[in-house]
Design a protein around this ligand. Structure first.
Ligand code: AMP
Ligand code: MG
Length: 328
């Protein structure tokens, strides 16, 4: 039987992601408070990464013990005695949501991550857009369920993203959710104000808005600029961290998300947890997602998308136009 919006998968995933979002915002709040912990580059984010992964893996694995989880983190570093303080902090944060958490249980929940791709598995990025998280910009918690190589469910929690595209300084905190064949919706992070998503109807390429990563190592910004010129796009590109970019295309705020591999990172292979949730959300909102050669994204090779190169997301109408411009 196919999943629907009331299925156990959706319910458990949303519950766990709501807790993880609250945990991440609490950690972020402490950073914004200017504590010296901000000076240490990895530490603060590590706490939020680990806490988010522990909570989500615990709830998913307990509800669906036969499913596997492919996630970004594991507890190897965390278990080292030099990191005992970090593990204590992670455990304290997790304990606010799961009473009675211990150092040991937190590590074991993080390690529900088996890194094994099976017939039915979940893929999780506990904090996508780490650099955005540290800067106080955008980040996402990304979770997708993949069955026989096809993404069936994708959820993005974007705790710091404005809910209304026309009010960028207004209320923040969004969920994007898509089920294969059932469309995509956005909700406030507290579950309210559910609305269906649809991509922009722009058919004149010169009227399109491009979105790309903030980090120049993650995509070739210069190449994107040249492509924009070819398409007669004069509007400057938007830049945003994390898979929130897929949500931005899904809700029609941008028309094209470009991720042409950076020339400084030749041979980089995208990770499945960086694209599975976002891509189904853009597709179910009417968009199209392929790699730079026009090939569909393949999430069945393992943790890396070995068969793909870069990512192109459009409103569908402009997809071939963009792919053709890439070849020129
Ligand atoms: P974004 O916020 O869209 O720039 O993407 C963040 C993600 O980029 C991280 O989760 C990393 O897994 C991924 N990443 C790291 N290095 C690269 C790279 N050289 N090219 C593309 N993506 C990368
Ligand atoms: Mg990521």
């Amino acid at each position: 039987m196919d999943m629907d919006r009331n299925s156990l998968e959706v319910k458990i995933a949303l519950q766990a992601m709501t807790m993880a979002s609250t945990l991440c915002e609490k950690v972020r709040g402490k950073l914004a408070g200017g504590e010296s912990i901000l000076k240490s580059d990895r530490t603060p984010v590590t706490i939020a990464d680990y806490g988010s992964q522990a909570i989500i893996c615990k709830f998913i694995k307990e509800a669906f013990p036969r499913d596997t989880i492919v996630a970004e983190e594991d507890s190897r570093e965390l278990r080292k005695s030099i990191h005992s303080k970090i593990l204590e902090q992670v455990t304290q944060y997790v304990d606010e949501f799961v009473l009675g958490s211990s150092l040991q249980t937190v590590c074991s929940w993080i390690d529900f991550n088996s890194q094994v791709v099976t017939d039915r598995f979940w893929t999780l990025d506990p904090i996508d857009g780490t650099k955005g998280f540290l800067r106080g910009d955008q980040y996402a918690i990304a979770l997708a369920l993949i069955e026989n190589g096809l993404t069936k469910l994708g959820i993005l929690a974007c705790p710091n993203l404005y809910v209304d595209k026309d009010r960028p300084h207004g209320k923040r905190g969004c969920f994007f959710l898509a089920l294969r064949g059932e469309g995509a919706v956005q909700m406030d992070i507290d579950g309210g104000d559910k609305r269906s998503l649809s991509v922009s109807k722009v058919s004149d390429p010169s009227k399109a808005t491009i979105i790309e990563s903030v980090e120049p190592d993650h995509a070739d910004h210069l190449f994107h600029q040249r492509l924009a010129q070819k398409l007669n796009i004069s509007k400057p590109s938007l830049q945003m961290d994390s898979q929130a970019k897929y949500g931005i295309v899904a809700r029609g705020e941008a028309t094209i998300y470009l991720r042409v591999p950076s020339s400084s990172e030749v041979g980089y292979k995208e990770k499945i947890w960086d694209h599975a949730a976002g891509s189904i959300i853009a597709e179910e909102a009417g968009g199209k997602v392929t790699d730079v050669l026009g090939h569909p994204l393949d999430f069945s090779c393992g943790t890396k998308m070995e068969k793909n190169q870069g990512i192109i997301v459009t409103n569908g109408i402009l997809h071939d136009v963009v792919l053709n411009a890439l070849k020129m």
